[in-house]
Write a protein that binds this ligand. Structure first.
Ligand SMILES: [Mg+2]
Length: 345
Protein backbone atom coordinates (compact mmCIF):
# COMPACT_ATOMS: atom_id res chain seq x y z
CA UNK A 1 0.00 0.00 0.00
CA UNK A 2 1.62 3.29 -1.09
CA UNK A 3 2.01 5.97 1.54
CA UNK A 4 -1.09 8.16 1.66
CA UNK A 5 -0.54 11.80 0.85
CA UNK A 6 -3.78 13.33 2.08
CA UNK A 7 -6.05 12.73 5.03
CA UNK A 8 -8.80 11.74 2.55
CA UNK A 9 -6.64 8.96 1.12
CA UNK A 10 -5.63 7.89 4.61
CA UNK A 11 -9.29 7.55 5.60
CA UNK A 12 -10.05 5.61 2.43
CA UNK A 13 -7.20 3.17 2.98
CA UNK A 14 -8.33 2.70 6.57
CA UNK A 15 -11.86 1.90 5.32
CA UNK A 16 -10.48 -0.65 2.86
CA UNK A 17 -8.33 -2.17 5.61
CA UNK A 18 -11.38 -2.48 7.88
CA UNK A 19 -13.43 -4.05 5.11
CA UNK A 20 -10.62 -6.38 4.10
CA UNK A 21 -10.45 -7.82 7.62
CA UNK A 22 -7.61 -9.95 8.85
CA UNK A 23 -7.82 -13.01 6.55
CA UNK A 24 -4.23 -14.13 6.02
CA UNK A 25 -3.71 -17.28 3.96
CA UNK A 26 -0.52 -16.85 1.92
CA UNK A 27 -0.08 -13.27 3.13
CA UNK A 28 2.44 -12.94 5.96
CA UNK A 29 2.31 -9.14 5.86
CA UNK A 30 -0.66 -7.32 4.34
CA UNK A 31 -1.98 -3.75 4.16
CA UNK A 32 -0.02 -1.20 6.18
CA UNK A 33 3.66 -1.51 5.22
CA UNK A 34 5.52 -0.45 2.08
CA UNK A 35 5.09 -3.90 0.55
CA UNK A 36 3.06 -7.01 1.23
CA UNK A 37 4.91 -10.25 1.94
CA UNK A 38 3.57 -13.50 0.49
CA UNK A 39 4.49 -17.10 1.19
CA UNK A 40 4.65 -19.20 -1.96
CA UNK A 41 3.72 -22.86 -1.37
CA UNK A 42 6.66 -25.24 -1.79
CA UNK A 43 7.02 -26.65 -5.32
CA UNK A 44 4.74 -23.98 -6.80
CA UNK A 45 5.18 -21.14 -9.27
CA UNK A 46 3.48 -17.74 -9.02
CA UNK A 47 1.11 -16.60 -11.78
CA UNK A 48 0.20 -12.93 -12.03
CA UNK A 49 -2.62 -11.17 -13.85
CA UNK A 50 -3.74 -7.57 -13.97
CA UNK A 51 -7.03 -6.10 -15.22
CA UNK A 52 -8.35 -2.64 -15.02
CA UNK A 53 -12.02 -1.79 -14.93
CA UNK A 54 -12.69 1.58 -16.43
CA UNK A 55 -15.97 3.43 -16.07
CA UNK A 56 -17.60 3.91 -19.48
CA UNK A 57 -15.71 0.97 -20.92
CA UNK A 58 -16.23 -1.96 -18.54
CA UNK A 59 -19.09 -0.60 -16.45
CA UNK A 60 -21.37 2.41 -16.11
CA UNK A 61 -22.38 3.91 -12.80
CA UNK A 62 -25.87 4.53 -14.20
CA UNK A 63 -26.28 0.85 -15.20
CA UNK A 64 -24.31 -1.13 -12.63
CA UNK A 65 -24.71 -1.07 -8.88
CA UNK A 66 -21.50 -0.45 -6.89
CA UNK A 67 -21.83 -4.00 -5.53
CA UNK A 68 -21.80 -5.44 -9.06
CA UNK A 69 -18.88 -3.19 -10.09
CA UNK A 70 -16.84 -4.41 -7.11
CA UNK A 71 -17.69 -8.06 -7.83
CA UNK A 72 -16.87 -7.77 -11.54
CA UNK A 73 -13.57 -5.97 -10.86
CA UNK A 74 -12.31 -8.97 -8.90
CA UNK A 75 -14.08 -11.64 -10.98
CA UNK A 76 -12.21 -10.64 -14.15
CA UNK A 77 -8.86 -11.30 -12.50
CA UNK A 78 -9.98 -14.46 -10.71
CA UNK A 79 -11.22 -15.88 -14.01
CA UNK A 80 -7.71 -15.52 -15.45
CA UNK A 81 -6.33 -17.46 -12.46
CA UNK A 82 -9.03 -20.11 -13.01
CA UNK A 83 -7.99 -20.49 -16.65
CA UNK A 84 -4.42 -21.29 -15.55
CA UNK A 85 -5.59 -23.77 -12.90
CA UNK A 86 -4.18 -21.52 -10.17
CA UNK A 87 -5.11 -21.16 -6.53
CA UNK A 88 -5.42 -17.45 -5.58
CA UNK A 89 -2.74 -16.13 -3.19
CA UNK A 90 -3.54 -12.43 -2.88
CA UNK A 91 -5.31 -9.50 -4.53
CA UNK A 92 -4.14 -5.89 -4.82
CA UNK A 93 -6.64 -3.15 -5.58
CA UNK A 94 -5.86 0.32 -6.87
CA UNK A 95 -8.68 2.82 -7.07
CA UNK A 96 -8.92 6.24 -8.68
CA UNK A 97 -12.16 7.92 -7.62
CA UNK A 98 -13.68 11.26 -8.63
CA UNK A 99 -14.19 13.53 -5.62
CA UNK A 100 -17.97 12.99 -5.63
CA UNK A 101 -17.53 9.20 -5.40
CA UNK A 102 -14.67 9.33 -2.86
CA UNK A 103 -16.98 11.28 -0.54
CA UNK A 104 -19.90 8.91 -1.11
CA UNK A 105 -19.55 6.44 1.73
CA UNK A 106 -22.49 4.33 0.54
CA UNK A 107 -21.06 3.85 -2.95
CA UNK A 108 -17.63 2.89 -1.69
CA UNK A 109 -18.96 0.58 1.01
CA UNK A 110 -21.17 -1.26 -1.50
CA UNK A 111 -18.30 -1.47 -4.01
CA UNK A 112 -15.98 -2.95 -1.37
CA UNK A 113 -18.72 -5.26 -0.16
CA UNK A 114 -19.21 -6.65 -3.68
CA UNK A 115 -15.48 -7.13 -4.15
CA UNK A 116 -14.74 -8.53 -0.70
CA UNK A 117 -17.72 -10.91 -0.64
CA UNK A 118 -16.34 -12.60 -3.76
CA UNK A 119 -12.83 -12.44 -2.25
CA UNK A 120 -14.06 -14.24 0.85
CA UNK A 121 -15.88 -16.91 -1.16
CA UNK A 122 -12.78 -17.40 -3.32
CA UNK A 123 -10.44 -17.39 -0.29
CA UNK A 124 -8.26 -14.60 -1.66
CA UNK A 125 -7.02 -11.96 0.81
CA UNK A 126 -6.87 -8.30 -0.23
CA UNK A 127 -3.23 -7.62 0.62
CA UNK A 128 -2.68 -4.06 -0.58
CA UNK A 129 -3.20 -1.48 -3.27
CA UNK A 130 -3.35 2.24 -3.73
CA UNK A 131 -5.94 5.00 -3.82
CA UNK A 132 -6.04 8.37 -5.47
CA UNK A 133 -8.54 11.08 -6.18
CA UNK A 134 -9.19 11.07 -9.92
CA UNK A 135 -8.95 14.44 -11.69
CA UNK A 136 -11.54 13.15 -14.19
CA UNK A 137 -15.16 12.23 -13.54
CA UNK A 138 -14.79 8.49 -13.91
CA UNK A 139 -13.87 5.57 -11.68
CA UNK A 140 -10.85 3.40 -12.45
CA UNK A 141 -10.40 0.17 -10.47
CA UNK A 142 -7.25 -1.82 -11.15
CA UNK A 143 -6.88 -5.31 -9.77
CA UNK A 144 -3.68 -7.36 -9.58
CA UNK A 145 -4.00 -11.03 -8.66
CA UNK A 146 -1.33 -13.50 -7.71
CA UNK A 147 -1.93 -17.22 -7.73
CA UNK A 148 0.04 -20.42 -7.24
CA UNK A 149 0.30 -23.45 -9.55
CA UNK A 150 2.39 -26.61 -9.15
CA UNK A 151 5.69 -25.83 -10.95
CA UNK A 152 5.51 -26.57 -14.67
CA UNK A 153 1.83 -27.57 -14.57
CA UNK A 154 -0.06 -24.33 -15.32
CA UNK A 155 -2.88 -24.67 -17.87
CA UNK A 156 -1.68 -22.62 -20.82
CA UNK A 157 -3.10 -21.64 -24.19
CA UNK A 158 -0.30 -23.25 -26.19
CA UNK A 159 -0.52 -26.93 -25.23
CA UNK A 160 -3.30 -28.16 -27.57
CA UNK A 161 -2.85 -30.47 -30.59
CA UNK A 162 -4.88 -31.32 -33.71
CA UNK A 163 -7.39 -34.02 -32.75
CA UNK A 164 -7.99 -32.62 -29.26
CA UNK A 165 -11.64 -32.07 -28.38
CA UNK A 166 -13.02 -28.71 -27.20
CA UNK A 167 -15.16 -28.24 -24.10
CA UNK A 168 -16.84 -25.29 -22.36
CA UNK A 169 -18.13 -24.92 -18.82
CA UNK A 170 -21.77 -24.15 -17.98
CA UNK A 171 -23.46 -22.14 -20.77
CA UNK A 172 -22.73 -19.11 -22.95
CA UNK A 173 -24.38 -15.90 -24.12
CA UNK A 174 -26.08 -14.98 -20.85
CA UNK A 175 -23.91 -11.96 -20.06
CA UNK A 176 -24.32 -10.48 -23.55
CA UNK A 177 -28.08 -11.07 -23.49
CA UNK A 178 -28.42 -9.29 -20.14
CA UNK A 179 -26.28 -6.40 -21.32
CA UNK A 180 -28.33 -5.95 -24.49
CA UNK A 181 -31.49 -5.83 -22.37
CA UNK A 182 -29.84 -3.38 -20.00
CA UNK A 183 -28.83 -1.04 -22.82
CA UNK A 184 -32.35 -1.20 -24.26
CA UNK A 185 -33.93 -0.16 -20.92
CA UNK A 186 -34.53 3.60 -20.63
CA UNK A 187 -32.64 5.28 -17.80
CA UNK A 188 -33.98 7.73 -15.27
CA UNK A 189 -33.27 11.17 -16.72
CA UNK A 190 -30.83 13.47 -14.93
CA UNK A 191 -29.96 10.99 -12.18
CA UNK A 192 -26.84 12.27 -10.49
CA UNK A 193 -24.05 9.69 -10.72
CA UNK A 194 -23.35 9.74 -6.99
CA UNK A 195 -27.01 9.07 -6.23
CA UNK A 196 -27.51 6.14 -8.61
CA UNK A 197 -27.75 3.38 -6.08
CA UNK A 198 -30.77 1.50 -7.38
CA UNK A 199 -29.70 -1.58 -9.29
CA UNK A 200 -31.57 -2.09 -12.56
CA UNK A 201 -34.38 -4.66 -12.51
CA UNK A 202 -32.37 -7.29 -14.36
CA UNK A 203 -29.59 -7.37 -11.76
CA UNK A 204 -29.60 -10.42 -9.52
CA UNK A 205 -26.91 -12.33 -7.70
CA UNK A 206 -27.33 -15.17 -10.22
CA UNK A 207 -26.92 -12.95 -13.24
CA UNK A 208 -23.86 -13.77 -15.38
CA UNK A 209 -23.42 -10.16 -16.48
CA UNK A 210 -23.63 -8.51 -13.06
CA UNK A 211 -22.17 -11.30 -10.93
CA UNK A 212 -20.06 -13.62 -13.11
CA UNK A 213 -18.72 -16.70 -11.32
CA UNK A 214 -15.03 -17.38 -11.92
CA UNK A 215 -14.45 -21.13 -12.31
CA UNK A 216 -11.58 -21.38 -9.83
CA UNK A 217 -12.34 -24.80 -8.37
CA UNK A 218 -13.02 -26.25 -11.79
CA UNK A 219 -9.74 -24.90 -13.20
CA UNK A 220 -7.81 -26.48 -10.33
CA UNK A 221 -9.60 -29.82 -10.87
CA UNK A 222 -8.69 -29.74 -14.59
CA UNK A 223 -5.07 -29.23 -13.58
CA UNK A 224 -5.10 -31.77 -10.76
CA UNK A 225 -6.55 -34.55 -12.94
CA UNK A 226 -4.45 -33.54 -15.98
CA UNK A 227 -7.61 -33.33 -18.09
CA UNK A 228 -6.79 -30.28 -20.24
CA UNK A 229 -4.04 -29.76 -22.82
CA UNK A 230 -4.84 -26.03 -23.05
CA UNK A 231 -7.32 -23.62 -21.51
CA UNK A 232 -8.49 -20.00 -21.66
CA UNK A 233 -11.29 -18.07 -19.96
CA UNK A 234 -14.08 -16.61 -22.09
CA UNK A 235 -13.75 -12.91 -21.40
CA UNK A 236 -13.99 -11.52 -24.94
CA UNK A 237 -16.29 -14.12 -26.50
CA UNK A 238 -15.93 -17.71 -27.72
CA UNK A 239 -14.92 -16.81 -31.29
CA UNK A 240 -12.19 -14.43 -30.13
CA UNK A 241 -10.87 -16.48 -27.20
CA UNK A 242 -10.87 -19.73 -29.20
CA UNK A 243 -8.84 -17.93 -31.89
CA UNK A 244 -6.31 -16.95 -29.17
CA UNK A 245 -6.02 -20.58 -28.06
CA UNK A 246 -5.67 -21.79 -31.67
CA UNK A 247 -3.01 -19.20 -32.49
CA UNK A 248 -1.02 -20.06 -29.35
CA UNK A 249 -1.23 -23.80 -30.07
CA UNK A 250 -0.72 -23.48 -33.86
CA UNK A 251 -3.98 -25.27 -34.72
CA UNK A 252 -7.41 -24.58 -36.27
CA UNK A 253 -10.83 -25.46 -34.85
CA UNK A 254 -14.27 -26.67 -35.85
CA UNK A 255 -17.30 -25.83 -33.70
CA UNK A 256 -20.61 -27.70 -33.83
CA UNK A 257 -23.26 -24.96 -33.68
CA UNK A 258 -25.95 -27.28 -32.28
CA UNK A 259 -23.69 -28.41 -29.42
CA UNK A 260 -22.95 -24.95 -28.01
CA UNK A 261 -24.78 -24.63 -24.66
CA UNK A 262 -26.98 -21.52 -24.56
CA UNK A 263 -27.46 -19.78 -21.21
CA UNK A 264 -31.02 -19.49 -19.85
CA UNK A 265 -30.74 -15.67 -19.84
CA UNK A 266 -30.07 -15.76 -23.58
CA UNK A 267 -33.03 -18.11 -24.10
CA UNK A 268 -35.42 -15.81 -22.23
CA UNK A 269 -34.07 -12.40 -23.27
CA UNK A 270 -33.18 -12.90 -26.95
CA UNK A 271 -35.83 -13.33 -29.66
CA UNK A 272 -34.65 -16.32 -31.67
CA UNK A 273 -32.09 -19.07 -32.21
CA UNK A 274 -29.72 -17.05 -34.43
CA UNK A 275 -29.59 -14.19 -31.88
CA UNK A 276 -28.90 -16.66 -29.05
CA UNK A 277 -26.18 -18.48 -31.01
CA UNK A 278 -24.67 -15.12 -31.89
CA UNK A 279 -24.53 -14.11 -28.21
CA UNK A 280 -22.96 -17.48 -27.32
CA UNK A 281 -20.34 -17.23 -30.09
CA UNK A 282 -19.43 -13.57 -29.85
CA UNK A 283 -20.87 -12.20 -26.60
CA UNK A 284 -18.18 -11.40 -24.09
CA UNK A 285 -17.83 -11.58 -20.33
CA UNK A 286 -19.30 -15.04 -19.75
CA UNK A 287 -16.13 -15.91 -17.78
CA UNK A 288 -16.65 -19.60 -18.43
CA UNK A 289 -13.63 -21.75 -19.30
CA UNK A 290 -12.83 -23.17 -22.74
CA UNK A 291 -10.41 -26.08 -22.76
CA UNK A 292 -8.97 -28.73 -25.05
CA UNK A 293 -8.56 -32.38 -24.05
CA UNK A 294 -6.94 -35.37 -25.73
CA UNK A 295 -9.51 -37.43 -27.67
CA UNK A 296 -8.92 -40.42 -25.37
CA UNK A 297 -9.37 -38.47 -22.13
CA UNK A 298 -12.42 -39.30 -20.00
CA UNK A 299 -14.12 -35.96 -19.40
CA UNK A 300 -16.89 -36.06 -16.79
CA UNK A 301 -20.31 -34.51 -17.49
CA UNK A 302 -19.64 -32.05 -14.71
CA UNK A 303 -16.66 -30.99 -12.64
CA UNK A 304 -16.65 -29.02 -9.39
CA UNK A 305 -20.44 -28.80 -9.75
CA UNK A 306 -20.27 -27.18 -13.19
CA UNK A 307 -21.55 -28.79 -16.39
CA UNK A 308 -19.04 -29.55 -19.16
CA UNK A 309 -20.09 -29.67 -22.82
CA UNK A 310 -18.12 -30.82 -25.86
CA UNK A 311 -18.50 -28.22 -28.60
CA UNK A 312 -15.97 -29.11 -31.28
CA UNK A 313 -12.45 -30.24 -32.10
CA UNK A 314 -9.04 -28.98 -33.11
CA UNK A 315 -7.67 -29.69 -36.59
CA UNK A 316 -4.34 -28.96 -38.31
CA UNK A 317 -3.81 -25.34 -39.31
CA UNK A 318 -3.61 -25.08 -43.12
CA UNK A 319 -2.73 -22.10 -45.30
CA UNK A 320 -5.76 -20.41 -46.95
CA UNK A 321 -8.17 -22.28 -44.67
CA UNK A 322 -10.10 -20.38 -41.98
CA UNK A 323 -8.74 -20.74 -38.47
CA UNK A 324 -12.27 -21.26 -37.11
CA UNK A 325 -15.10 -23.10 -38.85
CA UNK A 326 -18.70 -23.33 -37.65
CA UNK A 327 -20.59 -26.48 -38.68
CA UNK A 328 -24.36 -25.94 -38.70
CA UNK A 329 -26.98 -28.57 -37.86
CA UNK A 330 -27.26 -29.54 -41.56
CA UNK A 331 -23.50 -30.21 -41.68
CA UNK A 332 -22.68 -27.09 -43.73
CA UNK A 333 -19.35 -25.42 -42.96
CA UNK A 334 -19.08 -21.64 -42.41
CA UNK A 335 -15.89 -19.68 -41.79
CA UNK A 336 -16.13 -18.08 -38.33
CA UNK A 337 -14.19 -14.84 -38.02
CA UNK A 338 -13.40 -13.75 -34.43
CA UNK A 339 -16.04 -11.13 -33.56
CA UNK A 340 -15.56 -10.91 -29.84
CA UNK A 341 -17.63 -8.33 -28.20
CA UNK A 342 -16.15 -4.89 -27.51
CA UNK A 343 -17.58 -4.43 -24.02
CA UNK A 344 -19.39 -1.08 -23.83
CA UNK A 345 -17.63 0.38 -26.87
MG1 LIG B 1 -8.16 -14.31 -19.69
Amino acid sequence: MAKPTTSGELALIERIRQHAGTRRGAVSLGIGDDCAILRVPRGHEVVVTTDFSLEGRHFRRDLHSPRSIGHRTLARGLSDLAAMGARPLAAFLSLALPKSVARDKRWLDAFLDGLLTLARLSKVPLAGGDTSESPADFVLADIVLLGAVPAGRALRRDGAHPGDLLYVTNALGGAAAELSQLLATPLQPKAKPALRHNPPAVESSRSPHFFPQPRLRLGRELLRHRLATAAIDLSDGLSTDLAHLCTASGVAAELDAAAIPIHDSARTLLPDGPARLNAALHGGEDYELLFAARPGATIPRSLAGVRLTRIGRLIPRRARQPQLTLIDSAGRRHPLPPQGWQHLA
